[in-house]
Design a protein around this ligand. Sequence first.
Ligand SMILES: *Cc1c(COP(=O)(O)O)cnc(C)c1O
Length: 299
Amino acid sequence: MAIIDEQNVVIQPLRKTWYKGKVAAIDMLRLDALHPVVSGNKWYKLRLNLARAADLHLKTVVTFGGAWSNHLVATAYAARHFGLASVGLVRGNGTITPSLQQCRDYGMEIIFISHDDFKNRHLPGYTEELVKHFDDLYIIPEGGANERGRTGAGLINRFVAGKYTHVALAVGTGTTMAGLRNSTPATQYMIGFVPMPRTEEQATYITDHTTGKDGTWHMEADKTFGGFGKWNNELLQFMNDFYAENAIPLDVVYTGKMMYRLQEMLNDQYFNSTDRILCIHSGGLQGNASVQEHLVYGK
Ligand SMILES: *Cc1c(COP(=O)(O)O)cnc(C)c1O
């Protein structure tokens, strides 16, 4: 197994032609380069959870996800890295998608659960009952959205130099943004890009899980592509053009939409010409499998 190694992470400047004097600099933190499987922010959300499970001498990590979940694949791989067994409780119809097959290949046991079971997963003792035939459980919520997930994500701050005036990142649950908002100075303004038309849920999550950071961040919604996981030719063309100019592969669910929206904000002159932006590439490239035939990279 390839070692998960932060040395693989680099900060790559975008070509000046991409932001043409609208800001002073845009760099991208290539967390996607961390590891081919446990890429991006998922590792940071998992690492303190898995270390805790190992410290407690627990044997089995249990977590949740959908049939295409990057979090499940990352958990399967990373759990094995820590010598832990893993179980994925999947809301789905029993179809083994390529993502779930990958989970199995890394030793995860996949158990399909009903939508009702999935909804009830937060009730006390409910998950334990679902997996009662396994011993010594450590349960991680979907998306790694717990305190250790946020604290682990906060460790991404080691890459966020003081020279940046803005940090841009893609948001799903908000776990990564909450952790990093807590661990970086309030003077560095943070913009969360939600790949959906509404942002209330994620904004509430940040408000509830940060302290002393009111007014130092906001969310941008995706009003162009019609919802989570939705895409069209315009987005794919944008991703191909971005790759041609910057040699950075974006993913179709999160970072492609983030950079598309960021470009709109540059064109709308949201930023000052002296601003320096660090964009976080949170990975997710395995999710491009579904659009691979349309992309000029990743083949
Ligand atoms: C999971 C994921 C996110 C969302 O992270 P949260 O901590 O849930 O907000 C962002 N980008 C990529 C590429 C992801 O796979």
